[in-house]
Design a protein around this ligand. Structure first.
Ligand SMILES: [Zn+2]
Length: 301
């Protein structure tokens, strides 16, 4: 009986894990640093992690639960995602701590309209005059989104279309519209350098389907597209550190890396395995959405 009770507890915990995103899905102990960084979103002392260099031209300037990434070029800076609420100054301070001038930000890429990624954008635009780039349909979604904390929203700027590029100096990023998490979530395809050696990096701007059948279908199609593009991708850049169960370990390994050690963020197999996992998740979520629709016709969009 003991074994059965335990199995039941595990099954229930698994079910809860699917409906409560705050439950640690990576199998980490709830009190581990990674789990605390994911869940204690209001713990400023914990969340305000020091910015760090990841590649020659890529720096992490996000907090513990949500990312913000700085790309440096020979003609200015590009920022991906801008945090929210009490953390909107965090990337700006981080950029300064790293020795760069936030007024040199030329573009801000917003991976999708959710406020944890977009609420700091108005502030950065004000400071630097940077252009803001987000998927066309996500600009529309932003104006309709609930804004319970009264965040200041950025004004509509560049509406990204699939395949658009952003160039600053000799750096070009390709933007793919891979919706499903939101209507026009972006993928950012770019090159990072480690001691001058190039690696192809890919950021999947929203790696979980939004609610409803349409979003599940769109997400599955997007994952399939990314799978078609994945040959040669060597580095996965995440929008939230918790999407990579080893994110903080990689950061630690990077900090103590010795000459000749492999770069801990270069992991092509990890990218491929992740896309396969997302594909399975997408298919399951689509089946669930279809089943719900069949159970109560007309209630799902
Ligand atoms: Zn989101």
């Amino acid at each position: 009986m003991r074994t059965n009770t335990w199995a039941l507890a595990v099954a229930v915990a698994g079910l809860l894990g699917t409906v409560l995103p705050r439950v640690d899905a990576a199998g980490q102990a709830p009190d581990s640093r990674a789990a605390r960084l994911r869940t204690q979103t209001d713990n400023l002392a914990l969340q305000n992690v020091a910015p760090f260099k990841v590649f020659d031209n890529l720096y992490y300037v996000g907090v513990g639960y949500v990312g913000s990434w700085l790309i440096t070029t020979n003609q200015g800076l590009i920022l991906i995602d801008t945090l929210e609420g009490a953390y909107t100054e965090h990337p700006i301070e981080g950029i300064r701590k790293l020795g760069f001038d936030p007024r040199n930000i030329k573009y801000v890429i917003l991976t999708h309209y959710h406020l944890d990624h977009t609420a700091g954008a108005a502030r950065i635009q004000e400071l630097s005059g940077a252009r803001l780039a987000m998927g066309d349909a996500d600009w529309d979604a932003l104006t309709r989104a609930p804004n319970p904390k009264g965040e200041r929203l950025p004004h509509r700027d560049i509406a990204v279309k699939d395949g658009d590029t952003i160039t600053v100096g000799s750096t070009t990023l390709t933007l793919h519209v891979i919706g499903g998490h939101t209507p026009a979530t972006l993928g950012v395809d770019f090159t990072v350098y480690d001691a001058g050696k190039p690696y192809r990096a890919f950021m999947f701007g929203g790696a979980a389907p939004g609610p409803g059948r349409q979003a599940a279908e769109q997400f599955l199609a997007s994952v399939n597209r990314v799978e078609q593009m994945q040959d040669g991708v060597q580095v996965r850049i995440v929008t939230h550190p918790w999407m990579d169960p080893e994110f903080w370990e990689r950061a630690d390994r990077l900090a103590s890396r010795k000459p000749g050690d492999a770069h801990p963020f270069v992991a092509p197999d990890v990218f491929r395995a992740w896309i396969a996992e997302l594909k399975a998740t997408a298919a399951t979520r689509l089946d669930e959405a279809k089943a719900r629709e069949a159970a109560s016709p007309g209630s799902q969009p």
